[in-house]
Design a protein around this ligand. Structure first.
Ligand SMILES: Nc1nc2c(ncn2[C@@H]2O[C@H](COP(=O)(O)OP(=O)(O)O)[C@@H](O)[C@H]2O)c(=O)[nH]1
Ligand SMILES: [Mg+2]
Length: 259
């Protein structure tokens, strides 16, 4: 006997190019194999090559290229104008999303994280859709993660989105197929055993040792929340780990597909 619970909303966040859109597409495909109803939402008004067919698409209301032409703006100014316009459309976007009867809604946010997280747009949209049953997946870009100070910067960015949204958040190491085993092992060690990160940061030349120590102390006090899960949208590695984490969080481990 099937019983549909309130849908789970999953927001993909991360720096530009971290893999949010690719993950949305591949995770949807993976979840559909479990016979789950999955709807996708594209919130990037400038996206040109979506690898999935969104049920709800911000471009139906706000299109980057129309805004550039209409207001004679460059791409950066137009992105900001689109982001503010998106906030004004929150109720309409919510109605469009509510019209789909889904188990899981994957929400792919704009390329540049600051447009969604640091302007009002993200908060307004998330509150409009309802904070219950919502989780942020924060994607760590491998190119940035492979250097110790880049990795620490992403840790701070991840903490800042937790600070802004106060939602459950899971950290994801994106594009894990691009790592060799040694680098992957080293990054996981940085995350779970901060002493190793400390040593690699101190070894770097040209960076103030004092700042490094203070930043690491701050990370230690705040503490990285939860796990870092490596995933790949190419070989689908880690999709099951992300799914199991979400099931555990919202359903106490009962498989969503069983409801
Ligand atoms: N090798 C590899 N490349 C990926 C993966 N996910 C995304 N990419 C590539 O990374 C680039 C940026 O990905 P995209 O999903 O558009 O990032 P977004 O800006 O965060 O939405 C694209 O060229 C993707 O093909 C992955 O898991 N493995
Ligand atoms: Mg994208």
């Amino acid at each position: 006997m099937s019983r549909r619970l309130e849908e789970i909303k999953i927001y993909m966040l991360g720096t530009a190019g971290s893999g949010k859109t690719s993950f949305t597409a591949s995770f949807q495909g993976w979840l559909k194999q479990l016979d789950l109803e999955v709807a996708t939402v594209n919130l990037d008004p400038g996206e040109m090559n979506l690898p999935y067919d969104p049920e709800v698409d911000i471009r139906d209301w706000v299109d980057l290229y129309d805004v550039m032409e209409k207001f004679k703006l460059g791409p950066n100014g137009a992105q900001i104008a689109c982001s503010d316009e998106m906030a004004l459309k929150a109720d309409e976007i919510k109605d469009a999303i509510d019209s789909f009867d889904a188990d899981i809604i994957l929400i792919d946010t704009p390329g540049q994280i600051e447009l969604f997280a640091y302007r009002e747009t993200g908060r307004i949209l998330i509150e409009s859709l309802g904070v219950d049953n919502s989780i942020i997946l924060f994607l760590f870009d491998p190119i940035i993660s492979k250097r110790a100070n880049g990795f620490v910067s992403l840790q701070m960015l991840s903490i800042s989105t937790q600070f802004i949204f106060s939602l459950p958040q899971l950290n994801i190491l994106s594009k894990s197929d691009m790592f060799d085993d040694d680098l992957l092992k080293k990054i996981m060690e940085w995350y779970y055993t901060p002493e190793t990160l400390y040593n690699d940061l101190i070894d770097q030349k040209g960076i103030s040792k004092e700042i490094n120590i203070e930043v690491l102390k701050m990370l230690e006090v705040i503490g990285m929340q939860g796990s870092l899960i490596p995933i790949s949208s190419v070989d689908l590695n880690g999709m099951d780990d992300v799914y199991n984490f979400i099931v555990q969080l919202f359903k106490g481990g009962d498989d969503i597909a069983d409801y």
